[in-house]
Write a protein that binds this ligand. Structure first.
Ligand code: 26Q
Length: 825
């Protein structure tokens, strides 16, 4: 215990009675409600405030320790933090569940109900945002002094509902009920300049005269790790108008223009962009990126300078991780701050910048790589454009010296365009401005070296590394799957919660029939729960005896939900043709959002729902096949689906899913994977063993070869009568009799432009699915393989991933896993 802190935290909870008193105190004095007429929202707020109190002392101790020991700090810059709900995880991390349950019971409130009334903080699109949230959990667990930096969006990812099977979007207003976890920091304010021009001063230095200044205001959320001993900060920035903004128009007497810009200022943190690369309105996106990057860098420099006199020490004391290219402007913003604000020379600033920054790449798809037009970039960030050009010159010199044979045009950060205009390649900028560029799985890192970053890899050999993603076992097993978590604790203890590799102790139990029955029973409880939710929300009655076949992720053509629903159609026809065979009963569960402008993805949602309507209402089919599209996929829905899954669909076109993390969560919870050799599936397969996973389809290498040779899906379709019957049925309106041509675009895509190789992998996928059916029929053997999945995926812990980042990228020490697990006992 720190000398300066009280021996016992003032609000320390040692009993259910303490907890009860604190909750009531919060309800009355912070929420301002009489217990007599408080509603569920009020109790939820009171409980969050009571639990938050438990974090504050440890939070301050963590901060003091970092200062006292002058520890190196990690800053994780991310446009997205998909944290979901915090209450249950925090209660479990602090070991308070028993007290909370009892306290609420004595107040006549239901714990589970209160947990469900916490809004889901949906400040992210999907995997990239959720990874950031898992990493925060692990950095706290491993006691790494770290900050997450992002944007406090007023509206997170849109809420999805279905209207006649079509996706509709409504705004997500999570802040309306108040975010009780956060602390507003009115004193932490930064000026973020935009636009204007660069002038040369009399001393020869370049000076940015911005046209507009926006304020960034800080809001802090404490993030506890396992056992709650260390608490880090998620600092999110909200945009505010400066009082004397837009002086230019004000001075010209254009008061309305000056006011408009106040509204414009607040727009910056208004809404999260959906992962939609075809979207226009790029100007705001660039402003968002610069806004939070600049605020974060100014903040961390201020913290560094508060106890270090010399900025040359920055790389020894600070590591900054760029979560994809969204904060890549950090390369030039850090340069600008060092040079323009702190008077450092260019060469030295560039050296310090590269030693401090590192970059994670999450996609190689060309259309998803950020590239800003020079016109836009120069208009919003004129000084940064100069710095980009300066770095590009250095970079070209290095490249020319390294190898004569390289194509310098392809290497440049500033793309001089082949007719499609000039642009700043943000992936190149992030790569060149960092000391490490990591891929998120072994395959993905390999593809980085071979494709998009091939030339850069020649110039900067060794810079690319692979750090395979991981997931936090606290949320994705301990908290979301109580039946299995309790069984594990009884069987192998609880070391796995803090050290997931310890879950391999489960392996010997795979052959124990009695344990198998208990494992099966735990899964069964989760399946019954999900079945009840499906009946309640969709009005669809499903059998918990059926195999729960799950595909939950963003809707994207490369993820191939289309392949899955086409298999369902083929299977449906097969059952109808021979209704009396002993079909393995299956419930196909889909959940996922499509970007609002992504027409094809939205049409696939409609197709899934049209097929579901036909299949679910066909009396011949019964429980042998059911299809459920559960709307509004988000973190808390994932927490309810994953424990109930028997089969995990990871069927992306090989080479396109950088890693995947749902694949890890599902395997950890005892689902067996059917998947392609893509992303982390490759490594999951190596670890669980070929007998315990269903791998099918073309490899990344084969796909690349087909692309080169030119792939003609028409020949494939003509040669496969099942595939042909499925496409014909979809195309002729079997599932949309009211509008036979509805799925024309899908059929055309498959026939003339099957970019994602759905037809190519169709037959192999069907074969694999029939093997899955056979496997599921042998309950004992299926359960054995499911147990082996749970037992063998401990390596996919976010704690392991963070240890790898700490060692290979950040140069930060972490406690060894064994020491950690023991300390936790
Ligand atoms: C870009 C420009 C404009 C608007 C939005 C975007 C944008 C937003 C989000 C682009 C991409 C994303 C998200 C990408 C993402 O989630 N990628 C996933 O990252 C996971 C974590 O590494 C991987 O497991 C997945 O394979 C990868 O798809």
């Amino acid at each position: 215990m720190d000398a300066a802190s009280p021996a016992k935290p003032m609000r320390h909870i040692a009993s259910a009675e303490d907890m009860r008193r604190l909750i009531v105190d919060k309800l009355i004095y912070s929420v301002g409600k009489d217990p007599q007429n408080a509603v569920r929202q009020d109790w939820s707020a009171a409980l969050i405030l009571a639990v938050r109190d438990q974090l504050v002392d440890r939070w301050m101790q963590s901060t003091r320790k970092a200062y006292r020991e002058d520890q190196k700090r990690v800053y994780y810059l991310s446009m997205e933090f998909l944290i979901g709900r915090l209450l249950k995880d925090t209660i479990l991390n602090l070991g308070l569940e028993k007290h909370v349950r009892e306290a609420l019971a004595s107040l006549g409130r239901d714990y589970e109900q209160i947990l469900r009334s916490e809004p889901d903080a949906a400040l992210g699109n999907g995997g990239l945002g959720r990874l950031a949230a898992c990493f925060l959990d692990s950095m706290s667990t491993l006691a790494i002094p770290a900050h997450g930096y992002g944007i406090r969006y007023e509206n997170g990812l849109f809420r999805q509902s279905l209207a006649d099977g079509w996706q509709t979007e409504e705004p997500e207003d999570w802040l309306v009920t108040g975010h009780n976890w956060e602390f507003e920091r009115p004193e932490v304010i930064y000026h973020i300049p935009f636009g204007g021009q660069v002038v040369e001063r009399h001393d020869g230095r370049r000076h940015w005269q911005a046209a507009e200044v926006i304020l960034a205001a800080a809001y802090d959320t404490p993030i506890a790790g396992w056992r709650g001993s260390h608490v880090n900060t998620l600092r999110l920035w909200a945009a505010r108008p400066a009082t004397r903004i837009d002086l230019a128009s004000f001075n010209r007497g254009e008061y309305l223009t000056a006011m408009e810009s106040a509204v414009r200022a607040e727009t910056i943190s208004r809404v999260l962009y959906p992962d939609d690369t075809t979207d226009e309105g790029k100007n705001l996106r660039l402003r968002q990126e610069f806004f939070f990057t600049s605020a974060s860098l100014q903040d961390l420099l201020r913290r560094f300078l508060s106890d270090h006199p010399d900025l040359r020490q920055l790389p020894d004391k600070v590591a900054i991780q760029l979560n994809d290219t969204h904060p890549a402007v950090a390369v030039v913003e850090l340069m600008r701050l060092l040079v323009d604000e702190h008077g450092m020379g260019m060469d030295e600033a560039y050296d310090i910048t590269r030693r401090t920054l590192s970059y994670t790449n999450h996609t190689l798809m060309p259309e998803a790589l950020e590239r800003w037009s020079l016109t836009l970039f120069g208009a919003v960030l004129p000084r940064h454009l100069e710095l980009v050009r300066w770095i590009d010159e250095q970079h070209l010199r290095t490249a020319a010296a390294a190898q004569r044979s390289l194509d310098l045009e392809r290497l440049r950060i500033v793309d001089h365009g082949n007719g499609n205009g000039h642009g700043v390649r943000m992936g190149h900028l992030a790569f060149v401005g960092s000391h490490r560029a990591n891929g998120v799985s072994a395959l993905h890192a390999d593809l980085m070296r071979r494709t998009v970053f091939h030339d850069l890899d020649q110039v900067y050999p060794g810079r690319i590394i692979g750090v395979t993603n991981g997931v936090t076992p606290r949320r994705w097993l301990h908290s979301c799957n109580k039946p299995l978590s309790d069984l594990l604790e009884e069987t192998i203890g609880e070391a796995w919660i803090g050290d997931l590799e310890a879950i391999k102790a489960l392996e010997p139990f795979a052959d124990d029939a009695a344990f198998g029955e208990r494992f099966h029973a735990a899964k069964r409880i989760s399946k019954e729960r999900l079945a009840a939710e499906i009946e309640e929300r969709l009005g669809l009655k499903v059998s918990p005896d059926a195999m729960f076949d799950v595909q939950i992720k963003r809707m994207h053509e490369y993820k191939r939900q289309l392949l899955n629903i086409m298999e369902a159609v083929a299977h449906y026809f097969a059952i109808r043709a021979e209704p009396d065979r002993d079909w393995t009963p299956r419930l196909k569960i889909f959940a996922g959002k499509a970007a609002p402008g992504y027409q094809m993805a939205k049409l696939i949602i409609k197709l899934i729902n049209d097929v579901a309507r036909a299949v679910n209402s066909d009396p011949v089919i019964g429980d042998r096949l059911k299809i459920a599209f559960i709307p509004n996929y988000n973190v808390s829905l994932a927490e309810r689906i994953i424990p109930a899954a028997d089969l995990s669909e990871q069927i992306s076109t090989a080479g396109m899913e950088a890693s995947g993390t749902g694949n890890m969560k599902l395997a950890l919870n005892g689902a067996i994977t059917i998947g392609t050799l893509d992303g982390a599936n490759v490594e999951i397969s190596e670890r669980v063993g070929a007998q315990n996973i269903h791998i099918f389809g073309l490899t990344a290498e084969e796909i690349a070869a087909h692309r080169l040779a030119g792939f003609d899906s028409r020949a494939v379709i003509e040669a496969d009568p099942i595939l042909k019957s499925v496409i014909d049925a979809i195309g002729s309106g079997v599932f949309s009799p009211e509008e036979p041509g509805r799925f024309r675009a899908i059929v055309d895509r498959l026939t003339y432009d099957d970019f994602f190789f759905v037809t190519a992998d169709f037959a192999a996928y069907l074969d694999a699915q029939r093997q899955v059916d056979e496997g599921f029929n042998d309950r004992r053997e299926w359960t054995r393989r499911a147990i082996l999945n749970t037992a063998r995926v401990g390596w996919f812990s976010a704690d392991r991933a963070i240890r790898d980042y700490a060692r290979e990228i950040w140069g930060v020490d972490t406690p060894p896993p064994s020491a950690f697990a023991e300390a936790a006992e």
